[in-house]
Design a protein around this ligand. Structure first.
Ligand code: KG4
Ligand code: ZN
Length: 344
């Protein structure tokens, strides 16, 4: 069973072919970072235009890289198409959905709409072939921070989510304060490696009694810390700020996820989304999970950030459950207004 995945929810135009939900035959990601970096964030109109310009080539390359042995004249080259239908930027999502609908009509194969967050939730399955629900899943992306109980395929209960900034958003905003460029995560990770994570005591919002998160206070604490240094004309210890900031983020994410996993008696916690590409986060999470008698599972780093293989993976399990989207009607696109604001 071959599924073509298409992902265009924000600033990556991506397509992938995945066999039986777990084996990646091809994965092509066109990143728009160069287009948006001067704006310190994603500009929706520019993102839409870049998706329109690149999507045909990206899909063509994914299909040809997959080396599908069905013969060139044989259509369809795949058995179904999975496409991200939200949350994300409206114009960007529409590009992927309309393309998927056109191919589904042309090839006469089913169309399967996938929530972008389901993709991140399923990313670990591509590298851990034996992994199946139930498990607890942490999503830490640029627009979302959620801890989810995955009871069985397609059955999710959100146990906690951020009340303000997402974890990745906090990285991006702190990088902006430090004038480190966009996106913030990779550059903060790099600087943090040279700093002391316990040098500055940044606050942790524990929000006791539940599994929600809050990162805007931490971001403001970094701002005040910088303002005080500037007022006193002191040198800015960028490496220590980065290390102490990310330590504060990881401390809360890991502790709360372990507590949530305890609550639902889950021994396995999967972690997906852009922030999970951070090596320090990975090793800290693995260590703390092991100490608590649990296992933290990540995908390889290329699958942590946005890509279409995770969409095809989730679409496969929907296919097996008989969940399809209607080709004749416009697939419902879910737009997240907070994501639109973030991207500006
Ligand atoms: O999942 P993703 O690629 O896109 C969304 O769905 O939002 O996540 C992007 C986010 C950005 O905020 C970026 O700064 C963050 O993930 N990120 C990282 C790292 N790489 C990307 N955060 C921390 N450390 C990293 N190495
Ligand atoms: Zn994402």
């Amino acid at each position: 069973m071959l599924i073509l995945g298409i992902e265009t929810s924000c600033d990556e135009t991506a397509a992938a072919v995945v066999r039986n939900g777990r084996e990646i035959l091809s994965s092509v990601v066109f990143s728009q970072i160069e287009i948006h970096k001067d704006f310190s964030g994603v500009v929706p109109e520019l993102a839409s235009r870049a998706h329109v310009g690149n999507i045909n080539e990206v899909i063509g390359k994914a299909v040809s890289d997959a080396g599908i042995k069905r013969g060139l004249s044989k259509i369809p080259p795949v058995d179904a198409i999975g496409v991200t239908v939200g949350p994300g930027l409206a114009g960007s999502l529409i590009t992927g959905v309309v393309t998927a609908k056109a191919l589904s009509w042309l090839w006469k194969v089913p169309l399967i709409g996938v929530n972008h967050l389901e993709g991140h939730l399923y990313s670990a399955m591509l590298d851990h072939k034996e992994l199946d629900p139930p498990f607890a899943g942490l999503i830490v992306s640029g627009g979302h921070t959620e801890i989810v109980h995955v009871k069985e395929h397609g059955s999710y209960r959100v146990m906690g989510r951020t009340r303000d900034d997402a974890a990745g958003e906090a990285f991006d905003k702190v990088a902006k304060l430090l004038k480190l460029g966009y996106p913030g995560g990779p550059v903060i990770e790099k600087m943090a490696k040279k700093g002391d994570p316990f040098k500055i005591k940044f606050p942790r919002a524990w929000l006791e009694g539940g599994y929600d998160f809050s990162f805007s206070g931490l971001k403001t604490a970094v701002l005040y810390y910088l303002q005080n240094l500037k007022k006193d004309n002191e040198k800015i210890p960028v490496n220590d700020i980065c290390a102490s900031f990310q330590e504060a983020v990881f401390d809360v994410l890991i502790n709360k996820s372990l507590k949530a996993a305890d609550k639902v008696k889950a021994d396995i916690i999967t972690v997906g989304g852009g922030v999970s590409a951070n090596s320090t986060f990975r090793s800290l999470f693995e260590k703390k999970a092991a100490e608590a008698g649990k296992e933290a599972l990540f995908s390889n780093k290329r699958l942590s950030t946005d890509n279409a293989a995770i969409i095809a993976c989730n679409a496969y399990f929907k296919y097996k459950s008989g969940i399809f989207s209607k080709q004749t009607k416009l697939t419902k696109i879910r737009v997240d207004p907070s994501q639109e604001v973030r991207c500006w």
